[in-house]
Design a protein around this ligand. Structure first.
Ligand code: MN
Length: 722
């Protein structure tokens, strides 16, 4: 049966074909599919005016020509039932079982993809998407057969549809056929598409071919005679084909080599088909003995098969009349694979279907589908002839119809960041196929994604858990780091400011004078901001600034200076209490002397008569418990750091140098002594009470721990009352 056949196929022929290559085929299944298809398509007609049923029958016939299994042929008969009739997936499943229903469903889904994008670079993504959706390779084979028959009957469609469908065929389906190694399908699709896309060009080449047909036939016969005679003498059994090149490949050759039609001499390709590999090399030698080979044109795809499994020897020689002729030499088996590609593996050979043990099929698929994962057991993925061709990727649509590729497990955040960093930063969710989804939604092949943004949105650390792409991850990390840096700058600068204030130095002024930058650079920081970051993170002490800005002579008595200053200066700026009462930060508050709360202590407020609110520690023993209505909720306001005074009592050895050691601890811990009272208890014991400035409980704890480490100090405690 000729492949480019356009005539209407009778159903009986399909049964005969299947029987011819597969004796035990389940013909009842194919019959049932035919009866069902005929029933549901009844009354429908094609653009040609023929009954619709002619189309599924023709598709099934193409699949039978490819020697595919009965499930594929039945699917060919049923492939349009769910899309174009009232039949449902469930109907097909109940009549024909899950396998066939799943195949039909796969074909239906691919048919629903709309190729809207005009961008060339999108074509590969469309192809990948179709491959990814064809979890069962038979889905794709049925779809290709469907497309082939539609192309053969395209003449009945309006011009606009012809062009659209032909472009799709040229960009998507012909390359897919090539990817699957189905050479005849690829060339047929290309030829038909070319005819509709560039009708003038097509006619031009066709006419020239027809004009030169006699001349070429004569030439071809001459070449064939020479080769046949030579091989007969050597007792080599062979089939030699002289095949005219197809119109589309002639067109491409003229374009790429900028040749006129008359300049093309190798319009016929010769193919010598042999029984064994060793004969292939023998014949190659014989051919090269007859005609001189063109240097650089010999290709050994026997030793190095192409990625789609193609194997052959190629050579170009200078033939009769000095014309170049292309010759391909290969075995029968290689020829079958060269023509049928993956279908050759999938077809029934002497009644046997492909078995998972056929490792060549596995290799074939792996190479062809650019299989990137290492498989532990290659058999696994061939189970039930079901193949996840792209196990690691998903393909989704933008609202404009472009296809984007993502790692499996990607979410709307990955999609958003792939559009633009700004879109990613402000992404609050997405509409997938029109439905709202959260940021955690996992993208699925075929989804159409529309990102929803908000100007109030900000990336969070949590987002890192929900992204798969490196781009999104990097952008989120970068954002988080920059936020953290800003915070560190702020903290570091505040610390420096506070430190300098003790020496009545205004940070803004010295910053402006460039003094801070100079100090920063002395310590190998690029800018003062980097220095602030280091101070903010605690990697660098703020005191280094003071040591550079305050003359040594002044620095010798910082304690006294600080003490005086502390006593003369109000403890905190007006209006800043450092405490929030019922969430309000500008309340007039006093700290209770009985428990003297520090930032970090759990606190509450107590309404006094005429003196505003007094802040007590939650566990203060003196807290009046008479009236619960006067108790207010209170908390520390971290945005207003405080300097609080706390009383520390200690018991130590009574010996010289103790006071100096204790003072040193306070100074090195960034704490000012406001009052010191040291007295002897007896010859060996001394008691000290210190009023010192601290920022919070944490700061105090650090000081107490440091004091406990001083040799000679036996007890240290925070005293409640001041
Ligand atoms: Mn169809």
């Amino acid at each position: 049966m000729e492949r480019t056949d356009n005539r209407i196929v009778r159903f009986g022929e399909i049964l005969d074909m299947v029987k011819s290559y597969y004796q035990d085929a389940d013909l009842d299944l194919i019959r049932a599919a035919y009866v069902y298809s005929a029933r549901v398509h009844q009354g429908q007609t094609r653009m040609s005016g023929e009954p619709y049923l002619t189309h599924p029958v023709a598709v099934a016939a193409i699949l039978a020509q490819m020697k595919l299994d009965e499930a594929s042929v039945a699917t060919g008969l049923l492939h349009d039932t769910v899309e174009d009739t009232l039949s449902t997936f469930e109907d097909i499943e109940s009549y024909f079982g899950t396998e066939i229903a799943t195949l039909v469903d796969g074909v239906t889904k691919i048919s629903k993809i709309a190729f809207q994008s005009k961008e060339e670079r999108q074509a590969e993504n469309f192809r990948k998407m179709i491959l990814a959706m064809s979890r069962d390779i038979r889905v794709l084979l049925v779809k290709l057969a469907d497309r082939l028959h539609n192309m053969r009957t395209l003449t009945h469609m309006p011009r606009e549809a012809q062009v659209r469908i032909s472009r799709e065929t040229m960009e998507i389906y012909a390359p897919l056929a090539a990817r699957l190694g189905i050479y005849w399908m690829r060339t047929t699709l290309e030829e038909l598409a070319f005819k509709y896309l560039e009708p003038d060009r097509y006619e031009f080449i066709l006419k020239r071919l027809e004009e030169s047909v006699e001349e070429r036939e004569k030439y071809v016969n001459e070449v064939l005679t020479v080769i046949t005679d030579k091989l007969e003498k050597e007792n080599i059994n062979t089939i030699i084909k002289g095949r005219n090149k197809d119109i589309y490949s002639i067109h491409r050759k003229m374009l790429s080599q900028r040749l006129e039609f008359e300049q093309l001499h190798d319009l016929t390709a010769f193919r010598i088909i042999l029984d064994s590999v060793s004969e292939c090399y023998t014949v190659l030698g014989l051919i090269h003995a007859i005609w001189r080979p063109v240097p650089g044109r010999f290709k050994d795809y026997l030793a190095m098969p192409k990625s789609n499994g193609y194997q052959s020897l190629h050579t170009t020689v200078i033939g009769p009349e000095g014309h170049r002729i292309e010759i391909q030499i290969r075995t029968h088996e290689m020829d079958l694979i060269a023509e049928e590609g993956i279908a050759a593996h999938w077809s029934y050979k002497e009644g046997k279907s492909v078995t998972p043990e056929d490792t060549r099929v596995v290799n074939w698929l792996r190479q062809m589908m650019e299989w990137q994962q290492d498989l532990d057991d290659p058999r696994e993925f061939l189970e039930n002839v079901r193949v996840d061709l792209y196990p690691d990727e998903v393909y989704v649509f933008t609202p404009k119809g472009d296809v984007k590729e993502f790692p499996r497990g990607s979410t709307p955040l990955d999609f958003a960041y792939s559009i633009h960093t700004e879109v990613g930063q402000s992404c609050i969710g997405a509409r997938v196929n029109g439905k709202m989804v959260s940021l955690k939604y996992e993208l699925t092949t075929g989804d159409t994604i529309e990102i929803i943004t908000s100007t109030h949105q900000k990336p969070s650390k949590d987002w890192l858990k929900h992204v798969k792409t490196g781009r999104a991850r990097t952008k989120i990390r970068h954002y988080l780091l920059s936020q953290e840096r800003e915070k560190a700058i702020e903290q570091g600068r505040e610390t420096v400011e506070r430190e300098l204030r003790k020496w009545r130095i205004d940070l803004n002024r010295v910053e402006k004078e460039g003094a801070i930058l100079k100090i920063a650079q002395e310590f190998n920081f690029k800018t003062e901001l980097d220095l602030y970051v280091a101070i903010g993170h605690g990697r660098q002490s703020a005191k280094i600034i003071v040591t550079r800005l305050v003359p040594l002579s002044e620095r010798e008595q910082p304690k006294t200076l600080a003490l005086e200053e502390k006593l003369n200066t109000p403890r905190r700026p007006k209006g800043k209490s450092g405490v929030k009462v019922q969430g309000l930060s500008d309340m007039l508050v006093h700290f209770a002397r009985c428990c003297n709360p520090l930032p970090g202590d759990s606190i509450l407020g107590f309404i006094t008569r005429g003196r505003g609110v007094t802040i007590h520690k939650t566990d203060c023993a003196n807290l009046p418990d008479s009236d619960p209505k006067r108790i207010l909720e209170a908390s520390w306001d971290d945005s207003q750091p405080l300097q609080r005074t706390v009383k520390i009592g200690l018991l130590s050895d009574n010996k010289p140098g103790m006071l100096a050691a204790v003072s040193g601890v306070f100074t090195s811990n960034d704490s000012n002594i406001i009052q010191a009272n040291v007295s002897s208890i007896d010859d060996t014991n001394a008691r000290g009470v210190f009023l010192v400035g601290v920022r919070n409980v944490e700061h105090l704890t650090r000081i107490i721990n440091a004091l406990k480490k001083v040799k000679g100090i036996r007890e240290v405690e925070r005293l409640g009352t001041i």
